[in-house]
Design a protein around this ligand. Structure first.
Ligand SMILES: Cc1ncc(COP(=O)(O)O)c(C=O)c1O
Length: 435
């Protein structure tokens, strides 16, 4: 990447951030990192240092930073028609909706566009309630669903549940967290007790009249918790028995992230009634989508609008992103390079006892750090130091999990084997300096 003259000193930017932004806006690292440009899998900070990006702006830069084809589409659309609102049908909006209908699993056919994952989840719950005429929702512990009042109530991680008690009508089932099984069992001898317990939850903590079940196929903020392959089909059967619809939150797992398939839930063989998407969908342009079956989409009577939803520039960017993923064969690349990343992370696990677990799918891989492999005590403080070390070594990774001890790897789907080798080399150096 070309070296640039820093326009502004790092300290000045940090000072302005402190002065003018809410202090609750969380930043990574003990000293925040000010980034000024990106290309492909590389980022550059304000002092001209380069980084290999294995987090993609929280799983959002799915086709690489400042992707030429997507940028060209954005510029062309910004010069043609930038905004009219959902009051007017536009070419980019209908073209994107048609494309989504062609790649979405099962009978998902109709879309509603918003600006974020939070709004996509809000819309999904609204639609489930409109369709079923019921109110109650089952979500999963360790979930992250967004930051509106409803999405915060679906979220099940105390660190993010700011603002007091949640809304009524939502209960949280145990998640399929095999490394820390809430039932202290071991897969597969457990007979998926976590999935079967959803029925007990419905029968004891709700009226038995369910509107929806909502889950991320792989819990993102939760630390890439990946359920066993039978889990969602058992849960889906229970949820449907009690009249609820199945919502798959694909905000992190969507658009090929998990390798080989467009959407994460497809790996579990369950046909959802609604999916929600955001993040990677437009490679960084703000967008959210709720895609539903025709019956569910048609069930909302009355008026609805989203001023920026379906915005021509964002929808054009999303269509260009999906086209790029398709034309470059990135679903397959995520599968193949993801498997290689997993293998290399496994090698690190053999070398460093602090790595207790390695899990994930495709280019959504994580590891959990523990003080002791037997007790599995979370190594949360060490995780903080590892974040700073990886940054010092020129690698950007994410942090997550209820205990803040999960390392999250989610590079753009354009990631190559040699990018993986470089990341593993930088990680190895960082882990070596940790002890
Ligand atoms: C699984 C999941 N759902 C929903 C959201 C909320 O998305 P947004 O931040 O775009 O509102 C997030 C954000 O991290 C997420 O990870």
């Amino acid at each position: 990447m070309k070296q640039v003259e820093p326009l502004t000193r790092r300290e000045e930017i940090l000072e302005k951030q402190k002065q003018y932004l809410f202090p609750s806006v969380m930043t990574s690292y003990s000293e925040p990192l000010v980034l000024v440009r990106g290309k492909g899998i590389r980022l550059q900070d304000v002092e001209g240092r380069e980084y290999l990006d294995f987090f993609g702006g929280i799983l959002t830069v799915i086709a690489g930073h400042c992707n030429d084809k997507i940028t060209d589409a954005i510029i062309d659309q910004a010069r043609t028609l930038q905004h009219v609102s959902t009051l007017f049908p536009t070419i980019p909006q209908v073209e994107l909706a048609e494309k989504l209908a062609s790649i979405a699993p099962g009978r998902l056919q109709k879309s509603f566009f918003t600006n974020s994952g939070t709004e996509a989840n809000e819309t999904a719950i609204l639609m489930a309630r409109a369709y079923t005429g019921r109110h109650e929702v089952v979500a999963l512990r360790h979930a992250y669903s967004g930051r509106s009042a409803l999405a915060l109530s679906l979220t099940a991680n105390y660190a993010w549940r700011v603002g007091g008690p949640g809304l009524p009508g939502i209960v949280h089932a145990h998640n399929a967290y095999c490394y820390r099984c809430p039932f202290e069992k071991t897969y597969p001898a457990c007979d998926l007790v976590c999935a079967r317990d959803v029925e007990e939850l419905i029968r004891t903590a709700t009226s038995g009249l369910l509107a929806a079940f909502i889950a991320e196929p792989i819990q993102g903020v939760g630390g890439f918790v990946t359920p066993p392959r039978e889990y969602f089909s058992i849960v889906a059967e229970i949820v449907r028995k009690y009249g609820g619809v199945f919502i798959s939150d694909e905000v992190q797992t969507g658009f090929g992230r998990t390798g080989g398939r467009w959407f994460g839930i497809e790996h579990w063989g369950v046909e959802p009634d609604i999916i929600t998407a955001a993040k990677g969908m437009a490679n960084g342009s703000p967008i959210g989508a709720t895609v539903a079956t025709p019956e569910i989409a048609d069930s909302l009577k009355g008026l609805t609008i989203s001023t920026f939803g379906g915005n021509p520039v964002s929808t054009r960017a999303a269509k260009a992103t999906i086209d790029f993923i398709e034309s470059e064969g990135l679903l397959e690349n995520a599968r193949v390079v993801g498997a290689y990343l997993r293998e290399r992370l496994g090698e690190l696990q053999e070398k460093f006892p602090i790595i207790g677990d390695v899990r994930g799918m495709g280019l959504m891989q994580g590891m959990e750090l523990v003080k002791d492999r037997k007790t599995r005590q979370p190594a949360s403080e060490e995780m903080g130091r590892l974040m700073d070390l990886t940054r010092d070594n020129g690698l950007i990774v994410g942090k997550g999990g209820l205990y803040g001890n999960a390392v999250r790897f989610a590079p753009p789907l354009t990631c190559t084997r040699s990018d993986v080798d470089e990341a593993v080399r930088l990680l190895e150096r960082s882990f070596s300096r940790l002890s």
